[in-house]
Design a protein around this ligand. Sequence first.
Ligand SMILES: Cc1cc2nc3c(=O)[nH]c(=O)nc-3n(C[C@H](O)[C@H](O)[C@H](O)COP(=O)(O)OP(=O)(O)OC[C@H]3O[C@@H](n4cnc5c(N)ncnc54)[C@H](O)[C@@H]3O)c2cc1C
Length: 400
Amino acid sequence: MAAITAAEEGLSSVLVLEASSKPLEKVRISGGGRCNVTNACWNPIDLVANYPRGGKPLLGPFSRFAVGDAVSWFANHGVNLLEEEDGRMFPASNSSDEIVSCLRNSAKGLGITIRTSIFVQKVNHINGQGFLLYCRNGKTLSASRILLATGSHPSGRHIAVGLGHSVEATVPSLFSLTLNDTWLTSCPGLSFEKVRLSLNVGEESFNEEGKMLITHWGLSGPVILKLSAFAARSLHTNKYRGLLSIDWLGSDIEDVKEVLIKSRYQNARRTLFACSPFPQIPKRLWRSILTYLDIPADVKWAHLSSISEKRLLKLLAHNFFKIVGRGPFGEEFVSAGGVKIEEVNLKRMESQLCKKLYFAGEVLNIDGITGGFNFQHCWTSGWLAGKAIAQDYFVSRQGQ
Ligand SMILES: Cc1cc2nc3c(=O)[nH]c(=O)nc-3n(C[C@H](O)[C@H](O)[C@H](O)COP(=O)(O)OP(=O)(O)OC[C@H]3O[C@@H](n4cnc5c(N)ncnc54)[C@H](O)[C@@H]3O)c2cc1C
C-alpha cells in the first residue's frame, strides 16, 4: 500500500525488499483464505474503539484515511468489497488471491521493483545522506528514505531500536481461552448469540458482550477474542490465569430466580430435562448443567429441592470459570506491542527521532480486535506513509 501510494504520487524509484520468497503471504492466508480486508465501521470515532493498542491517537490517521477510503481505494484498483451481516468486509470473489493480485499488479503497473529473499539485518542512518541497509546475503544497499513494514517479525523492531526507537515488548493477542470445566467443554460447537462476560486478571477487570462459542478446550468466538485482545498484556503477565464470569442469560439474578420459581409451578409435573425454562440454553448444555449439579434429569420441577434450585440459580446467573491457559488462535492472529507510537508522527508515519524513517502496519504498537481492523490500520498507515515519503522527496527536490 505504501509503495503503491508513493509511486502513484510520482516517485519513480520505489524498491520493496521482502525476506521471504513470496510477498503478501500473510494477506494470502488471512481470513481463512478470504481476507477480511476491513470492517464497515465508517465513523473514525467508532473505529478507534476497536484498537486495544492504538485507540484515540489513531483518530488523526483515520480522519485522513478510514474505512470508506479503503473501500474506494480497492474499488479504484478493481476490487469490490462486500459487507457481511456482522460488518466484516471481504473481496466480492471471497478469495484473498484477489487482494494479492490487486496489490501485485498495481505495483507492477507502476514500475515498483520487488526483490524477494532479501532479509534486511541492520540499518544505519548516515546524517544527511540517508540510510545504509545491510542484508543477510552480504549485500549493502543505500536509500534516501526507508519505510519499516516488517509486521511482527523481531528483525523490524531490532532495526527500529538500532535507529533510536524504543519498543513495547510483544505478546500474543486474539486467542481463545482454556478452561478445565469438563461439563462445558463436553459441549463443543455450541454457540451463544449474546453473552455478558467479565474477566478478572489480577487487579484488572475487563467486560465485553457478544457471540461466544464452546470448544473442546474452553471458549472462543468474537467476544472471547475481543476480551483476549483487551486483556492481552494482563493475561500474559498473569501467565494466562484469570477468573471469567459468564452471564448466560443476559439478565440479572432476580430475573433468573423468577423464571425458576415460575417454572416450578407452571411445569410442576414435567421433568427438568424435558422442560427447560431457558430457551437461550441449548438442550445439550442444559443436560450437562444438570449432570454437573447432580440434579437427576428426570426429576420433576415440583420436586426440585431448594438446595438444587439455589445451585442452579448460582450457576446460571453468576457463573465463575477459572482461566487456566491460552487456547489456539482464531482465524486471525496479531501481536500486541511494537515500536512506541509516541515516537512517531502519526500524521506522516515518520519517526520523530530519525528523519526520513517511516513506519506502517504491525511493526507499530497498534493492534485491533478481530474483524478486519488489523488490515484497516495497515492500509491507513501505509497510505499515509506513502504520501508523506513522496511529499518529502518532492519538497527536498524543490529546495535543491
Ligand atoms: C492467520 C492470520 C490471518 C489473519 N487474517 C486477518 C484478516 O482476515 N483481517 C485482518 O484485518 N487481519 C488479519 N490478520 C492480521 C494481518 O495479517 C496483519 O495485521 C497484517 O498482515 C500486518 O501487515 P504488515 O504489513 O504490518 O506485516 P506482514 O503482513 O507480516 O508483512 C511483513 C512482511 O515483511 C517481511 N519482513 C519481515 N522482516 C523483514 C526483514 N528484516 N527484511 C525483509 N523483509 C522482512 C515479512 O516476510 C513479511 O512479508 C491475520 C493474521 C494471521 C496470522
